[in-house]
Design a protein. Sequence first.
Length: 237
Amino acid sequence: LAYAAAAMLDTARRPPDEAVQREEAALVEFLTPIVKAWPTDAAVETASIGIQVHGGMGFIEETGAAQHYRDARILPIYEGTNGIQARDLVGRKVLRDGGETARSFLARLRKGEESLAPFQDPAVAAIRARLVDGIDALSEATEWLLHAGKDDPRRSMAAAAPYLSLAGTVAGAWLLGRGAAAAHQSLDSDAADRPFLEAKITTARFFAEHLLPPAIALRDTIARGSDPVLALAEDAF
């Protein structure tokens, strides 16, 4: 995801025309809080799972798994806590321009999803099906934020963290889908790397089948979860 944003930044700095420059620069701005926050949350979860896998105290310390977790735990705090990144994404990147950049990003995701259509491989087809669901969920969540923000911006802000998580996961699935497509195209011509290429496809499908569905469920959290957050008085904390 960081590499994708960096590529957009390069295009924005050396664009073929002004329209491309504006679009790529806007997408970089949109992706920046996602790039800062979503991978760091994932790092904490991954390191935590590593501790779980290694089991007892001795195994954890001997393998260094605990140190990986200690190192990862600070990441969501650096560069502004991830809650601030989520508020920046919703307030300055989605609401401020009326959703123009968010919809442009969704259009790019749709284009990526459509590029998977010609593949007959069941794994790639499964990736595409889940990606369609994810893009639909992100689109619906975006429109909800825009509608809610007109009446009361606090309602949109209360949904900022799950929105960032949904956006990051869908973006990750989009990029893994691209990788799976490239790997599939190389299968017949690169026998030496076949296990590596097959692993790329399998990894993308695992992400689509295991990580996307819980993220898609955040659509309901976004649309229905703001009111109970705002109903709690500040002095109740």
